[in-house]
Design a protein around this ligand. Structure first.
Ligand code: MRU
Length: 363
């Protein structure tokens, strides 16, 4: 995607040949900053502290992290340490394990001297593949938006609600949930996006809004609790969200609050779609609510909020009274029965085991 007219991905190998650069997402939307990762520890920190976040980007970053680790220690124990360290950073997005297992399987059979180079080439491949998958999701999802536009009066906008950030910032490029939205906008379909602010980390207000503004897509930031009301009043034509892990049965784990949007959509008859690239499908699990590990993040993310003051400085303020405990489950599971369809790179698919199996017979 373009930032101030310059094309960017969210992660890329640095020109020095020995490090990786990322967009530091903790600085957005108030500053566009590039951070450098030079080691395994840098990479683990970037994922844990959410300088990079979003399931596909977490996986891609981990692949680069293995390369950085192997540049220093390419022994079997170095590889095992890198895999374990990165796997422990965030538990929910299955893309992390997917990428780490893939790199380990690929380089583990090679002589240590060949490992770092092979890991680097595979990290490049995983990044390029992510972009291609997301383009596939744009192709699958665009007709859904076009079909709604076709039922409307000419020029009447299609209202799409999204939760969290499943845009290009959550991936290497293009995005998942927003990919069909960008495609529709670029094709001249009048779209408007309701952006859930997405407490407590506010990925909607800070990242999705920034992306959409940057791309010129009409949008409105709303409090998380507003979605159900808008759906009841016919102001949402469809919901598209991303996923951190979708089970083989079609249960969808995504950012906390997604489930409530799915319930409201179900009650009001609004189609609820999930953009699900195949690396976010966990073929080993069936019951999302029981089996998917839900990340518990620090309570401080709930009790404190950072924002920009009129003089441009960034300040952090406390919300509840000092001493009130807070809890911070970061994801929830939407049961497959509430999901209208999965938008995959291979096509649209019902959220159930048979349909998923038909689309991905090799699994
Ligand atoms: O905690 P985050 O910001 O990593 O959570 C991100 C999400 O929940 C996204 O919706 C999900 O990873 C899909 S991104 C294409």
């Amino acid at each position: 995607m373009n930032v101030s007219g310059q094309p960017y991905r969210t992660i890329w190998p640095a020109a020095d040949g020995s490090s990786v650069e990322i967009i530091d997402q903790t600085q957005l939307p108030h500053a566009f900053a590039i951070a450098r990762l030079t080691s395994l520890d840098d990479t683990a920190h970037a994922i844990r502290a959410m300088l990079v976040r979003g399931a596909p980007l977490i996986g891609a970053t981990a692949a680069w992290g293995v390369w950085l680790a192997l540049c220093r220690d390419a022994t079997d124990s170095g590889l095992a340490h890198a895999h374990a360290t990165l796997l422990a950073t965030r538990p929910t997005a299955v893309n992390l394990r997917w990428a780490l297992d893939r790199v380990r399987a690929h380089v583990g059979t090679l002589a240590p001297a060949a490992r770092a180079g092979a890991a680097r080439r595979l990290a490049v491949e995983i990044c390029d593949e992510d972009v291609a998958l997301n383009r596939g999701i744009a192709t699958t999802g665009l007709p859904l938006i076009q079909a709604i536009a076709a039922r409307k009066k000419p020029g009447e906008r299609v209202n799409i609600l999204t939760h969290c950030n499943a845009g290009w910032l959550a991936t290497v490029d293009v995005g998942t949930a927003t990919a069909p939205i960008y495609a529709a906008h670029d094709a001249g379909v009048p779209v408007h996006v309701w952006v859930d602010e997405t407490r407590p980390r506010n990925q909607g207000a800070s990242l999705t809004a920034w992306e959409l503004l940057n791309h010129g897509v009409p949008h409105t930031v709303i409090a998380d609790n507003a979605g159900g009301h808008l759906m009841q009043h016919g102001q949402v034509d469809l919901v598209i969200v991303g996923t951190d892990r979708t089970t083989a049965n079609g249960d969808v784990c995504n950012k906390i609050g997604t489930y409530l949007k799915a319930l409201a959509a179900h009650d009001t008859g609004v189609p609820f779609y999930v953009a699900a690239p195949s690396p976010s499908i966990d073929w080993t699990l069936r019951d999302g609510r029981r089996e998917i590990p839900i990340e518990e993040r620090p309570p401080r993310e709930v009790t404190h909020l950072a924002g920009r003051l009129p003089d441009g400085t960034i300040a952090t303020v406390a919300l509840p009274p000092e001493g009130s405990p807070a809890a911070n489950p970061a994801f929830d599971v939407t049961p497959a029965r509430l999901v209208t369809g999965l938008i995959t790179e291979r096509g649209l698919c019902a959220a159930n085991a048979d349909a998923l199996q038909k689309l991905f017979p090799e699994r």
